[in-house]
Design a protein around this ligand. Structure first.
Ligand code: ATP
Ligand code: MG
Length: 244
């Protein structure tokens, strides 16, 4: 981890994309056609765009879950496009915190086991969580409490028994544990009420700042946009399809 501003300035950008084209099936129109996209180290970007414009698809490419047909996706200096699926999975476990649009919690695991899952897959994340709070479980409790989830007994409950808003916050704690370098969050506030939305975004920003992580935040809620360094619009990132 860099300790000084000088170190930060020499680090590669969080995300650099060139000539990206992606479609889910051959012979169908491109879902994404992005000549360039850049997210600086530590930058907090609000990404908007209409439903179906490809926001979740773009996050899946940046997280290395999908691979583009054309172009380069470089995350924290690592070119993901040339790496195998298992190598991309390892990279994601070590360096990224992902809050999926549908959370992807494991329903029968407890809240605590869901939050600490990244530390089972990544020794780097485990070491960082232990350094932050003494143990992985203690760091999970700290993050959950920070997100307003400190009811007694809650950490032992299965994720399936939680409200949608609670599940969203468990997904956030899971993304944040072990100080990843980049957080990608897909509409993470959609199930929260207005006051909680603002609190949630502020907490996310605070946690990202404390470990120097960049934040790519997808949302339809433009009232949150002024809490970010920059706003981008997906159709504007997409090149218009060429005629014929
Ligand atoms: N797994 C998939 N298989 C095939 N097509 C898909 C798949 N996921 C998404 N698509 C298609 O890709 C396009 C972009 O979808 P995506 O989910 O990225 O949009 P989005 O901007 O995240 O929308 P929303 O705001 O509703 O979440 C849509 O036309 C969608 O139908
Ligand atoms: Mg989406």
């Amino acid at each position: 981890m860099p300790e000084t501003a000088a170190d930060l300035s020499t680090m590669p950008p969080a995300v650099a994309i060139t000539g990206l084209r992606f479609r889910w099936r051959a012979n169908q129109p491109w879902v994404l056609d992005i000549p360039t996209f850049h997210l600086a180290n530590g930058e907090r970007l609000f990404l908007a765009g209409p439903s179906g414009s490809g926001k979740s698809t773009l996050l899946a490419l940046i997280a290395g879950i999908s691979r583009p047909a054309e172009g380069r996706v470089t995350v924290l200096g690592a070119e993901l496009t040339t790496r195998s699926g298992p190598a991309r999975d390892r990279f994601r476990a070590d360096h990224l915190g992902v809050i999926f649009q549908l959370f992807n919690l494991l329903p029968y695991l407890s809240v605590s086991d869901n939050v600490t899952l990244p530390c089972r897959f990544s020794t780097r994340r485990r070491a960082r969580a232990e350094a932050a709070a003494g143990s992985v479980a203690a760091e999970a409790r700290r993050l959950l409490a920070h997100l307003g989830m400190d009811e007694p007994g809650l950490v032992r409950r299965p994720a399936a028994e939680l409200s949608v808003g609670q599940q969203q916050r468990v997904a956030a704690a899971r993304a944040l544990i072990g100080g990843p370098d980049l957080i990608v969050a897909d509409e993470p506030t959609s199930a929260l009420d207005t006051d909680r939305r603002l609190d949630f975004v502020d907490l996310l920003r605070q946690e990202c700042a404390s470990v120097g992580a960049a934040l790519l935040f997808v949302s339809h809620d433009r009232t949150l946009a002024d809490r970010f360094d920059r706003v981008a619009e997906l159709p504007a990132l997409n090149r218009a399809p060429s005629a014929g």
